[in-house]
Ligand binder design. Structure first.
Ligand code: PBG
Length: 327
């Protein structure tokens, strides 16, 4: 055969393949979501997320230290609260003495060099299990912004580096930006959950936090999985309102949306490799149906290739361990 183009030449050895690899995943691209529970000396595995735990504050600090030693430096902490701490207005989310804010401050005191991201939404503290204020079965938008703005400021006071509004209310980035700036936190970043879809992939997360909605679903505020162009509208609004990063969530079933935001906006794009995506990999690996490690690597790579600069992933620590042993 007379072939002048033989693409296989660039695949002939591992050294050549690595040299021509277009995409790489690095531990420094990853943000590790962590679940916080009340009490002390507690480490409870999330049933639907093997290898992922709900930590009490003391053990969470130890876990963060281990991660930092592996090169994972960015964390997103989510609180799991008992029902008696929840109410309609998510009051506990504004409590500077509460377990969440205290722990954020504790993390920053112990690990000032880490990048600490926080979650702004009402659901972990809401007796309705929704991301906004509920009145007569409706989620109120503008009234919710007031709560979110205050929540962001309390978190910034505790030392948050990046505020992550995960609620999908309209206008929240502008409102949170203004609230942060008015309180002097002009240097606190916002990573907006820009294209957050109403997804069944959040199931294990809601188990971990006991945060499932008490009635209905989140379809009046989270996006319809059928829509891609609407993500551009959300991106434009968040960009104009001052977001520093735009996020797509979930990730694996929305790689086209990641690419769309990457092509339309010149600020860093992140994606959230969510709980259900993690659970699927672990379940199949436990059954011996898939090679869990290779699936993890391929999945993270696909998100980078789609255009994500940053990946929030429950695989972060596992990936860091892999990278340490293999590169
Ligand atoms: C809620 C929130 C959710 C997740 C992060 N923040 C769940 C939801 O919207 O119901 C999901 C993360 C995951 O599934 O890993 N504000």
């Amino acid at each position: 055969m007379d072939l002048s183009r033989r693409p296989r030449r660039n695949r002939k050895s591992d050294a050549v393949r690595q040299m021509v690899a277009e995409t790489q995943v690095n531990t420094s691209d990853l943000i590790f979501p962590l679940f916080l529970i009340e009490g002390s000396n507690k480490k409870e595995e999330v049933a639907s997320m093997p290898g992922i735990y709900r930590w009490s504050q003391d053990l969470l600090y130890k876990e963060i230290e281990e991660c930092m030693n592996l090169g994972v430096r960015s964390f997103d902490v989510f609180p799991s609260l008992s029902e008696d701490k929840k109410d309609k207005m998510a009051t506990e989310g504004l409590n500077p003495e509460g377990i969440y804010i205290q722990t954020l401050a504790g993390i920053k005191a112990r690990f000032p060099e880490c990048c600490l991201m926080t979650d702004v939404a009402m659901d972990p503290y809401s007796s309705d299990g929704h991301d906004g204020i509920v009145e007569n079965g409706q989620i109120l938008n503008d009234e919710t912004l007031e709560v979110l703005g205050k929540m962001a400021v309390v978190q910034a006071q505790a030392g948050a580096d990046i505020i992550g509004p995960s609620d999908m209310m309209d206008g929240r980035v502008a409102h949170i930006r203004a609230a942060l700036d008015a309180a002097g936190f002009t240097n606190t970043s916002i990573m907006s959950y820009t294209a957050k879809y109403a997804s069944a992939y959040y199931g294990p997360f809601r188990d971990a936090l006991d945060s499932a909605p008490k009635f209905g679903d989140k379809k009046t505020y989270q996006m319809d999985p059928a829509n891609r162009k609407e993500a551009i509208l959300e991106g434009e609004l968040d960009f104009q309102e001052g977001a520093d990063f735009l996020m797509v969530k979930p990730a694996l079933a929305y790689l086209d949306v990641i690419r769309t935001l990457k092509d339309n906006f010149d600020i860093p794009i992140s994606c959230y490799n969510v709980s259900g995506e993690y659970a699927m990999v672990k379940a199949a690996a436990e059954k011996g149906w898939l090679d869990g490690e290779r699936i993890m690597l391929e999945t993270l790579l696909s998100m980078k290739r789609a255009g994500a600069d940053i990946i929030l992933t429950y695989h972060a620590k596992e990936f860091a361990e892999w990278q340490k042993n293999n590169r």
